[in-house]
Write a protein that binds this ligand. Structure first.
Ligand code: PGA
Length: 247
């Protein structure tokens, strides 16, 4: 399995940023080992797909609706994302869960729609600080995982991201032991649901203040198959520095 290094640009970026893929490739080119994905805001999806042609960089959306089309002002469907040439969709990011009402049930419906459109969902789970301190991170993360993956999923075309809410954009990261324990737990939950041979093929990303200085140790952990990177993914030198230390 290749290491997946995914940049989540959140609500940042304009068309000048279409120069970033070329800049990234001038700094990092080992695409046999590492797979690169950039998730720009929706208005840039198509332009970024074009900008990445020839650079072996995939493009993903940060959200989608669960219906194919309809009277859903302001929304974009998985089919529409697929039409841009993108390949992935981030779903259930903690910012979506906290600010836009994305419940596990909604995330499951969006995940189903994303897979039906031929795209790969990146389903995000992760505990709050209070849950971590109460010693319930595994239990809560496991329940989120179970409920956010739809009934019709078979474990193929699926990426999971473990992103502790309290680590996102804060500079705080769990200990290596805590990250390893959570990823092992997620892998175990996936194995129970889909069988070990399928679970072993699912990329489980770590996200939350991942940066060049901590990436080597985190990405080296056994069940960490890559990273979902916010702040450090906006600049190509730091994204390239993270990719460079990926196993
Ligand atoms: P961060 O964001 O790397 O800035 O903590 C990660 C994310 O929100 O996916």
């Amino acid at each position: 399995m290749k290491t997946l290094i995914a940049a989540n640009w959140k609500m940042h970026g304009d068309f000048v940023w279409t120069e970033k893929p070329a800049a990234f490739r001038s700094m990092f080119s080992d695409n046999d080992r590492v797979e690169i994905l950039i998730c720009p805001p929706a208005h840039m999806l198509q332009a970024m797909v074009g900008a990445c042609a020839g650079f072996d960089i995939s493009i993903g959306a940060q959200n989608c609706h669960d219906q194919i089309s309809g009277a859903f002002t302001g929304e974009i469907s998985a089919q529409m994302v697929a039409g841009t040439g993108a390949s992935h969709v981030i779903l259930g990011h903690s910012e979506r869960r906290a600010m836009f009402g994305d419940t596990d049930e909604i995330v499951a419906a969006k995940t189903s729609a994303t897979r039906a459109a031929g795209l790969v969902p990146i389903v995000c789970v992760g505990e709050s600080r209070a849950v971590r301190e109460a010693g319930q991170a595994e239990e809560v993360g496991g329940a989120q995982l179970a409920n956010s993956i739809p009934e019709d999923a078979d474990g193929t075309n699926l990426v999971i991201a473990y992103e502790p809410v309290w680590a996102i954009g804060t500079g705080l990261v769990p200990t290596l032991v805590d990250i390893a324990t959570m990823h092992d737990h997620i892998r175990g939950c996936l194995a129970k649901r889909f069988g070990a041979h399928i679970a072993d093929t699912i990329q489980i990303l770590y996200g939350g203040s991942l940066k060049p200085s901590n990436a080597k140790d985190i990405l080296a952990l056994k069940d960490v198959s890559g990273g979902l990177i916010g702040g450090a993914g906006l600049e190509m030198d730091s994204l390239a520095a993270i990719a460079a230390v990926a196993p």
